[in-house]
Structures are given as structure tokens and as C-alpha cells.
Design a protein. Structure first.
Ligand SMILES: Cc1ncc(COP(=O)(O)O)c(C=O)c1O
Length: 441
């Protein structure tokens, strides 16, 4: 028997009643993707308030790499919450923060690195930029087409897609320049997509933006929201090389791609690429609000006392969760598991691609796999409607998944790596059946 167990139609009556209350009490921009209200969850599965058990292949939007309610995380959280739940680390420090910093330094290459903790992904990027500006004394930033970095003023400015994230919220932060990111599938020269983007980058520094004024580039090694876009192999190392020559720091946004999802702790590690600063969040603390900036000590030490911080940053309960997450990743071999899960996902979609012509490309690294849907494999016209019909159909059959990409036409897999083989087959079976139903054949 499988995990999915639907007792009512989706949504059931209890979910429906709570969602109606939500409509009256919660601001509309917080719109809902799945109309089911969760009651409890374990691993890759959750049960809603009507008793329907479903699979969440979005993993709490990329936060549940070690699964919902992992017993070791739950225990660490209980223990820490009972001891103390907050001090403000800068007023009264605690060891869990220091322990997590030590672990992250080791996992991010060791050597002369330091860590600062924050609450959210956006906050990590904001602060990575502050470190970079303090160190370089320069005002400008370069970011990339398709990038997503958050919803605060600066990170919204760094984010590429204007709708729904930016329209109506200007003026934006000054001195932010956006350049093309290699998107091989949508390039006229897929193998040269990286070289072409680098040419534009270098030309921009020669003719439009004075490199002596640029503090940092902010780049995702594999774009998340932008469509699970993997750059050509030379792009990141050469970008880092150009930046080093110009005294520009590289901030690697590993918020979605990091913490092991791609089969290495950092997605950047696939490219032999050493950024100056790394931002982590999402799966780092199993959904507890925690993010980290890990960087070169000289850069991390550059801002003055109290220039970096915040009341809640590095909350002890979230730190305890993160320490447990990192232990679980190691103990349960989740980096190796990412490779296995990724291969299974790819194989399932390659099979579907044989008879669903809307499957345009299957791409990714490790378990970070995206499937791009198109109306026509020649023209590559995006088929957002196929992707959304697939997602809606899958929810009705007990599987939650999410899309991404500039045209909302990429299905992204962000599933918990503790998912069992049986659950993985079951979940992929629902998704691929939904794709067959949504496609033209
Ligand atoms: C690559 C990347 N950067 C930054 C963010 C922003 O993180 P948060 O929503 O925690 O502010 C996200 C969130 O999806 C992300 O995927």
C-alpha cells in the first residue's frame, strides 16, 4: 500500500472552512498554492485537517531536505526550547551558534573563513552585500537575469522577474546592474552560453560599469526560481577569475541550491569555484528561520562593531535545528542519496518525454531537477499551462509540487531526500500521470 491516502476530495470540508477564514483574516498577497491545511507531517508526507495523507515534493519550498519533523531535529529543538529560546547572541552568547559556525566553516571549504547568522534568505543576501561593501568600500553590485534573491528592497532589486516581485514597488536600490546568465536550453549556442554571457560581462566592465566601483556580483550557481538553470561548466570559475582581477567579490547565493541538494554540500562545488561569500538558508534549519553568510575572514571582519546583527539572528532553537540537520545529512548519507534520487527523477521524466512532446528539457544537478515544458520542441515556446495543469492535477491526486522559470513552465523537484524509494515512485507516478493528462497526447 502506498503513502497517499485520500479520505475526501481535495480540499476537504475542514480545509475549506479554514481557507475561508484565511480569506477574511489574512492579507490577499499571501495566496495559496495547495488548498489543503496541514495538520501534521513526517518525512515527505503530510496529513491535512481532513485526514488526507499526501506527499510534499516541494519539501516546504526547499526547506525539508531532511524531511518534515525529523526525529533528531525535533529532539534538538525540544531540548533547546526547554533550556532557553532567546537571548540576542550579541548580549548573551550561546554555544549552539558557535558550534554551527564551526560546522559551516568546515562544510564550506574550511580554512580562514567565518560565519554570521541571520533569519531569512533575503537577510543573508542583504548582509553579504554589507560585508562586501564594507570590505571593498565600493557601492555597486552586479546580478543576473533570472536571479531570485528575496523580497526586501535590496534583494527585490537584485531579483530579476518584475511580476509578481517588483512591479509597483519602485524606486529600487541604486547601483545594481543586471547581466545575462547562461541559459543553455534557451541559447542559440547552448554549449557556448557561458562564454557568451562572460563576453557580455567583460564588455560591460570595459564600456558601461566601472569595475573599480563594483563591490560584488551576486550569483546563484544553479538558478532556483529562475528555472533550475545550470550554467555551462566554465561560467562560474571564469566569472570568479575576472572578478578577482578586478577586486570584485563573488557572493554565491546557495539558499536554494545549497545544503546538499545537488549531491555536494554546495552546488558551487560542482564547478571548482571558490566564492568569497556564501549565503545559505532554506534547508539549513529544516524550516526554522535561519540563514547564514559564510565568507573569507578578512571580508567578514570588515564591518565595525554592531554594524551587523539583529535581535533574533542566529536564534538558539533554530541553531539547534541546524546542527541536527547537518548531522543528519552526514549520518544518513544524504549527499549520496541526492544523486540516487536525482537519477530516479530523471529516469521517470525521460520515460515521459518519449510520449509527451511538451517535455522540452530535463536538467539539474543531483536531486535539484527541473522539467521545462514547451508547446513545441523546435520553437521552445513555453507551455506554462501544461505545467500548471500538471501541478493542479497532481494536487487532486495527493502530490504537492511547484513550478519555477521565467515563464512558470518548469516543474521543480525540491523533495525531502529522506523520501523512501516507494514514496518516490508513488510521487513520481502521480506527477508523470498528471503530465500525460496535461500534455497533448
Ligand atoms: C536563491 C534564493 N535566494 C534568496 C531567497 C530568499 O529567501 P527568503 O525567502 O528566505 O528570504 C530564495 C527564496 O526562495 C532563494 O531561492
Amino acid at each position: 500500500m502506498g503513502t497517499i491516502d485520500l479520505k475526501t476530495g481535495i480540499p476537504g470540508p475542514r480545509s475549506r472552512a479554514i481557507v475561508e477564514r484565511k480569506e477574511r483574516a489574512v492579507a490577499n498577497p499571501l495566496d495559496l498554492h495547495a488548498p489543503v491545511v496541514i495538520d501534521r507531517a513526517q518525512g515527505a508526507a503530510f496529513t491535512d485537517v481532513d485526514g488526507n495523507t499526501m506527499l510534499d515534493l516541494s519539501g516546504g519550498l526547499g526547506c525539508h531536505l531532511v524531511g518534515y519533523s525529523h526525529p533528531k531535529v525535533v529532539e534538538a529543538v525540544h531540548r533547546q526550547a526547554a533550556r532557553f529560546s532567546h537571548t540576542d547572541f550579541s548580549v548573551i552568547p550561546y554555544e549552539t551558534y558557535v558550534e554551527l559556525a564551526e560546522r559551516l566553516v568546515r562544510l564550506c571549504g574550511g580554512g580562514d573563513r567565518k560565519v554570521a547568522l541571520f533569519n531569512s534568505g533575503a537577510e543573508a543576501i542583504e548582509n553579504a552585500v554589507k560585508f562586501a561593501k564594507a570590505f571593498t568600500g565600493r557601492p555597486a553590485l552586479i546580478c543576473f537575469e533570472g536571479g531570485f534573491h528575496g523580497r526586501t528592497l535590496l534583494t527585490m532589486t537584485l531579483t530579476s522577474r518584475y511580476r509578481p516581485y517588483k512591479s509597483g514597488f519602485g524606486p529600487f536600490a541604486p547601483e545594481v546592474y543586471r547581466l545575462p546568465f547562461p541559459y543553455p536550453y534557451r541559447s542559440a549556442h547552448p554549449d557556448e552560453a557561458g562564454a557568451i554571457a562572460l563576453e557580455t560581462f567583460e564588455r560591460t566592465l570595459a564600456t558601461m560599469v566601472d569595475p573599480a566601483g563594483v563591490a560584488a556580483v551576486v550569483v546563484e550557481p544553479v538558478q532556483g526560481e529562475g528555472g533550475f538553470v545550470v550554467p555551462t561548466p566554465e561560467f562560474l570559475p571564469r566569472l570568479a577569475e575576472i572578478c578577482r582581477r578586478q577586486g570584485i567579490l563573488v557572493i554565491c547565493d546557495e539558499i536554494q541550491s545549497g545544503t546538499g541538494r545537488t549531491g555536494k554540500f554546495l552546488a558551487g562545488d560542482h564547478f571548482g569555484f571558490e566564492p568569497d561569500l556564501i549565503a545559505l538558508a532554506k534547508s539549513l534549519a529544516n524550516g526554522y528561520p535561519l540563514s547564514a553568510v559564510v565568507g573569507r575572514s578578512d571580508v567578514m571582519d570588515a564591518p565595525g562593531p554592531s554594524a551587523i546583527g539583529g535581535t533574533y539572528v542566529g536564534n538558539p532553537v533554530a541553531c539547534a535545528a541546524a546542527n541536527a540537520v547537518l548531522q543528519v545529512i552526514e549520518e544518513e548519507g544524504l549527499l549520496e542519496r541526492a544523486e540516487v534520487v536525482g537519477k530516479t527523477i530523471r529516469a521517470a521524466w525521460e520515460h515521459v518525454a518519449e510520449d509527451v512532446p511538451e517535455v522540452g528539457e530535463i536538467r539539474g544537478l543531483g536531486a535539484m531537477v527541473g522539467v521545462e515544458f514547451v508547446r513545441d520542441r523546435e520553437t521552445k515556446e513555453p507551455a506554462g499551462e501544461v505545467c500548471s495543469a500538471l501541478i493542479d492535477g497532481a494536487i487532486q491526486r495527493g502530490v504537492v509540487s511547484v513550478s519555477c522559470g521565467p515563464y512558470h513552465n518548469v516543474l521543480r523537484h525540491l523533495l525531502p531526500l529522506v523520501i523512501t524509494d516507494q514514496q518516490l515512485d508513488e510521487g513520481l507516478g502521480v506527477l508523470t500521470d498528471a503530465a500525460r493528462a496535461a500534455g497533448s497526447h
